[in-house]
Write a protein of this length. Structure first.
Length: 187
């Protein structure tokens, strides 16, 4: 007598259900990603509100003391959000330092806001001193960067503010010398 194989229909149904669920989840994730990529970015009004709050902020400095952002109001300003653990951030800092030296006579100011641990920033700056002010923004700096237009929260992120207070540029990622030159002309 030959035995016929037993087919477990519940196992096959379960597998189909799992595959269908996975496909459905992938479709929802794809639709969500599509929406996220095409959604409107922060409006200038939102950035303007963040900008008005920006001038009231104060940050500790790595070497001691306080960095008062209101002191930078009315000058062309490049704010760079960075961290010691971010290779593109570290790579662009010397270029930003040169930019500060070359354009300060024209009123330009560079301001670094470190989204990092104070001890890491202090160690980094002892090895790589910068001629522009650095504030310790910590994790709160991530929220400030988002309010200034950094939707993904990535680093480095830079915001250029004209002397009249308008945000004239936002840049996610490493800055190029050509971008700095163009921003100088528009600030």
């Amino acid at each position: 007598m030959s035995e016929s194989p037993v087919v477990n229909s519940s196992g096959a149904g379960r597998r189909r259900w799992l595959w269908a669920s996975a496909a459905g989840a992938a479709a929802v994730a794809g639709a969500g990603l599509g929406w996220w990529r095409t959604r409107p970015q922060g409006t200038d009004g939102e950035a303007g509100a963040a900008l008005s709050e920006l001038w009231g902020l104060k940050f500790d400095r790595p070497g001691g003391g306080e960095l008062v952002l209101a002191d930078f109001k009315g000058k062309p300003l490049l704010i760079n959000f960075w961290a010691t653990w971010c290779p593109p951030c570290v790579e662009e800092l010397p270029m930003l330092d040169r930019f500060q030296r070359e354009t300060s006579a024209n009123g330009w100011q560079v301001l670094g806001l470190a989204i990092d641990q104070p001890s890491s920033v202090a160690r980094f700056l002892s090895r790589t001193p910068l001629g522009f002010p650095v504030g310790l923004a910590g994790l709160g700096g991530t929220e400030l960067a988002r309010a200034m237009g950094n939707e993904n929260g990535g680093l480095p992120f830079s915001v250029v503010i004209a002397a009249d207070g308008r945000v004239i540029q936002r840049k996610m990622g490493q800055i190029t010398p050509q971008e700095l030159a163009a921003w100088t002309r528009s600030g």
